[in-house]
Design a protein around this ligand. Structure first.
Ligand code: DGY
Length: 320
């Protein structure tokens, strides 16, 4: 029987389904990543791996895995995987696009709203017993409606964010390698240079994937181009933003606030200076984390594994 190794405790229903056809081993913890040695040990006899974005899938792992046919990553992003190396070795890599688009766009927009309207600060204020009276500027924040949103990385999640923005009567700018005519027609989105996006947006929303070109693309120079009252939302990948530069920009009042779902190092340390700022709303990489969507993502991974181990194509294979 072919062997599937799953690097985190996932939904029992999906494990049960896979067990009908394969021998399945699961790292038994939901909240602790599989140690590297255990992953390499399991990979030795595995025909398929279901991995998380916290697992590094590289040449060393492939060297340990002579039987490996597919790595199904439980995420749309796959910067944790050396896809080129996999392709050279004939290992299929799959991800989970589309099924998480709406959920991740919801979270992205929630961060935008939370930081602009100071929702987390407001909640803490009440819970700490600080509310003495109504007052005109109490926790006054920034408007969202009729403002300008600039989306960096206009993939399907970017388009879904643009759709939400349109419902708030926002003007939509975007910066991406190739133009998205459908988004232009549907949401009046305007394709602009990065500099124009930074200088014209009230909300800069970063959804760019992590690549050699995007690493550190938002740094001191870019924050200096943003408006003083503008906000940065990052729900793509942490290393696209230079966190030291972001901290400096926030502290010096060069920008008004940040909503962050992703970080340079995850999990971010609770002592990280960014987390000490009241105008930072932080979430632990939960973009696609609704119960329904995570289940659908797991099912899609299982389908990709089943297909490939039965000699068929993965439904959502990634190309190098
Ligand atoms: C992904 O799927 O890449 C997201 O970052 C998960 O929330």
């Amino acid at each position: 029987m072919k062997k599937v190794f799953i690097t985190r405790k996932i939904d029992d229903r999906v494990i049960h389904e896979l067990k009908q056809h394969f021998s399945v081993e699961v790292w038994p913890h939901e909240d602790k990543p599989v140690p590297r040695e255990e992953l390499l040990r399991q990979a030795k006899t595995a025909h398929a791996l279901m991995t998380m974005l916290s697992d590094k899938v590289d040449a060393e792992l492939f060297n340990h895995a002579p039987e490996l046919k597919i790595v199904a990553n439980l995420a749309v992003g796959y910067d944790n995987i050396d896809v080129k190396e996999a392709t050279e070795r004939g290992v299929t890599i799959s991800n989970t696009p589309d099924v998480l688009t709406g959920t991740t766009a919801d979270l992205t927009f929630s961060l935008l709203m939370a930081v602009a309207r100071r929702i987390v600060e407001a909640s803490e204020y009440i819970k700490n017993g600080e509310w003495q009276s109504w007052s005109p500027y109490l926790l006054a924040g920034s408007d969202i409606h009729h403002k300008t949103i600039g989306i960096i990385g206009m993939g399907s999640i970017g388009e879904a964010v643009a759709k939400r923005a349109k419902g708030f009567d926002m003007d939509v700018l975007y910066h991406t390698r190739s133009r998205k005519r459908e988004a232009e027609e549907a949401f009046g989105a305007k394709h602009v240079s990065l500099d124009d996006l930074l200088s014209q947006s009230d909300f800069v929303v970063c959804l760019a994937p992590l690549t050699a070109e995007t690493k550190g693309m938002l740094s001191t120079e870019q924050f200096a181009k943003m408006q003083k009252g503008a906000f940065l939302i990052n729900a793509g990948r942490g290393p696209v933003v230079d966190e030291n530069a972001l901290f400096a920009a926030l502290q010096n009042g060069e920008i008004a606030g940040a909503g962050l779902d992703v970080f340079e190092n995850e999990p971010i340390s609770k002592d990280h200076p960014l987390l000490s700022l009241p105008n930072v709303v932080a979430a632990p990489h939960i973009g696609s984390a609704s119960r329904a969507t995570r289940y659908t993502m797991m099912e899609l991974c299982a389908e990709n594994i089943t297909n490939v181990l039965n000699g068929k194509d993965a439904v959502t294979a990634v190309r190098a």
